[in-house]
Design a protein around this ligand. Sequence first.
Ligand code: DAL
Ligand code: ZN
Length: 276
Amino acid sequence: MPADDREPLSEGVQRRRLVVAGWLSLVLIAIAAVVVGAVTGAAGPSASGAPSTTGASDAASGSAETQTPRPAPSASSAPAAVDTFDKTARSIDDPASIWVVVNKLRPLNPQDFEPDDLVTVPVAHTWEPLMRQEASDAVVAMFQAATDEAGLYLASNSAFRSYSTQVDLYGDGSDPTTAPPGASEHQTGLAIDIGAENGCTFECLETSPEGEWLRANAYRFGFLLRYPADKVDVTGYPHEAWHYRYIGVELATEMHDTGFTTLEEFFGLPAVPLNT
Ligand code: DAL
Ligand code: ZN
């Protein structure tokens, strides 16, 4: 049938059709709004894990965004531990500094340096020990702790040595465990050769309970085993299980905690080969 032959719709039918069309439009708009809302919500900051810059106000408002569970932060986004230790806090060149680094490449300046606060260390000994006051106090505390904590009795075999004493000891330089005059830590008043009161001295410390206790605990009192067995080509000396150097609790603890065993490596200084 030709289109213009169709019977014209009554007004009532036209109104009903308009009403139905209107409702259909409203339903479609509502569905579209729901879909758009869902899509934009999924891509929002809370779902992406991006930190909110207004966390406090979000929490206060109790918005849907803050109620959405946030993913746990990944391991890679966790803040790294920051070591704030200041390696420049004290001089490593000044012979009066407890951080002074002395080795065959770094002799004392002046060569005949002598500390001005030497005291007698009140501990068991073979040769009367002199050390700087701060180091002496630390030795006393450490020896006492060895007794209290482990029933061990430590003794001093050598502490401060003057330049002229080191000249006598060094002789023709044939002993690889004796530093050249002017390059010995003993001259700083901060070094001590430790043994046991029972007569176990020097190499005996490598296997004795006293040596074992010192290796594990000396850092707590500010001391460092200065010439470790595995660092002879860093320190320039064979293993000396008896030679401890006072560097203060702060530095000793930092080196212990970060795994550094020589001052040369900790401060980034040139290694000293054994035959230097
Ligand atoms: N035994 C150490 C290296 C000194 O003589 O200072
Ligand atoms: Zn020594």
